[in-house]
Write a protein that binds this ligand. Structure first.
Ligand code: B12
Ligand code: SF4
Ligand code: SF4
Length: 309
């Protein structure tokens, strides 16, 4: 078991992940309570997919029969360059190629190598694609704590990480859950959030988050009460991470697939306005911006530009 665990962690690093931790696959009772309360307050807004598969979300064995271990993998996306300060802002996670695609391939390779090494292994890899409480598993695998801004923060290198999980039926040595919370008396993220989406108790009201409005909201109109509050964010929002003191320790990613698309760094507001659908599809064909579609990006652009209330 020990030998397998050591091998699993080494293989994770060699397949391109930055951190790996392992937790026993068990039902998440505390999280079921937290998630239920979050949903009952309507914090999912129009993300109705969050209301589905509640049982699967809180029990890994319902996703992978016979599940024994949840392997959590972190992948750094922190870029070493900045956008032109006058460009409409795009979240750092979307600078390069779509992480779903990049990490899916790495997860599959990782699972294949596990099968080759250990033999009869059954498992499924997930990256933001299924009902899995990824932040909770990362905390349970000892990788970091859940900050007041809701993000998983590592003490070594901050929070600009994607979280992937591999649920498997092999028994491994388990890491201790991350016991401490290094937020202390800091409230920088709460104070900086322009839409007051961050509530006490590490709860984020998803339906008030700029990331929700600019990426998840499919309606063509963004509510008027958040007008003038987007601080030029066109896609996603990094404010609560940018102000977090732990992100002083972020190190640039070495993943070439996450190297920024030049247009993301350089397009001015005027150039965004003039961009045609054809150009958008060509430039962003491999990018996470596709999720908002051309019409969504144009809607966001109009919203951040119009100053009327
Ligand atoms: C829905 C969703 C959103 C929604 C809602 C956000 C939210 N806070 O729920 C919106 C669109 C707003 C959003 C925004 C963002 N998201 Co998002 N999102 C998700 C998704 C798909 C589900 C999250 C979820 O289940 N929410 C429901 C709430 C109730 O769960 P939760 O936030 O995970 O919180 C749980 C834990 O915090 C836990 N908890 C609280 N206290 C404690 C204490 C302990 C000890 C423990 C164990 C647990 C615990 O309780 C909660 C319920 O169990 C996940 C992927 C996934 N499958 O997990 C990505 C994910 C959380 N998002 C991610 C990212 C990167 C972002 C953004 C930074 C993107 C951006 N720059 O625009 C922002 C950050 C906003 C914020 N401050 O949270 C990453 C987070 C990486 C990290 N380091 O934490 C994830 C994990 C995607 C991924 N695979 O990498 N997101
Ligand atoms: S991502 Fe932006 S809007 Fe969302 S909680 Fe963080 S600071 Fe607030
Ligand atoms: S800004 Fe401060 S309170 Fe917020 S997550 Fe970072 S350390 Fe915690």
């Amino acid at each position: 078991m020990q030998k397998h665990t050591k091998w699993v962690k080494q293989a994770a690093l060699s397949k391109g992940f930055d951190y790996c931790g392992v937790a026993r696959a068990a039902q998440l009772d505390d999280d079921a309570r937290r998630l239920e309360s979050w949903l009952s307050k309507g914090f999912q807004g129009s993300m109705h997919y969050m209301e589905k598969y509640f049982d699967l979300r809180v029990d890994p064995a319902k996703l992978v029969p016979g599940a024994k271990s949840v392997i959590t993998l972190l992948k750094n996306y922190y870029p070493d360059v900045r956008q032109n300060p006058y460009s409409p802002k795009i979240s750092k996670y979307a600078y390069g190629k779509d992480y779903h695609e990049v990490i899916k391939v790495q997860l599959n390779e990782f699972l294949e190598s596990l099968k080759e090494q250990i033999g009869d292994v059954h498992g499924r890899g997930f990256i933001d694609s299924a009902p899995v409480l990824e932040r909770t598993w990362a905390q349970k695998s000892g990788l970091g704590w859940i900050g007041k801004n809701g993000n998983l923060i590592t003490k070594q290198s901050g929070s600009f990480f994607f979280i992937a999980t591999l649920i498997t039926d092999i028994e491994l040595d388990y890491d201790d859950p991350f016991a401490k919370d290094y937020c202390g008396s800091c409230t920088k993220c709460i104070d900086a959030c322009p839409t007051e989406a961050i509530l006490p108790g590490k709860i984020v009201n998803g339906s008030k988050c700029i990331s929700y409005f600019t990426i998840e909201l499919k309606e063509m109109l963004i509510p008027g009460d958040v007008k003038n509050k987007f601080d030029n964010w066109l896609f996603g929002c990094d404010i609560c991470q940018d102000v977090c003191p732990w992100n002083r320790f972020s190190k640039p990613t070495t993943e070439t697939a996450f190297m920024p698309i030049p247009e993301i760094l350089n397009l001015t507001t005027k150039q965004w306005e003039e961009l045609t659908e054809e150009q958008f599809k060509k430039i962003f064909r491999d990018s996470a911006l596709k999720r908002s579609k051309f019409a969504g990006i144009k809607r966001n652009l109009r919203f951040i530009q119009s100053k009327d209330v």
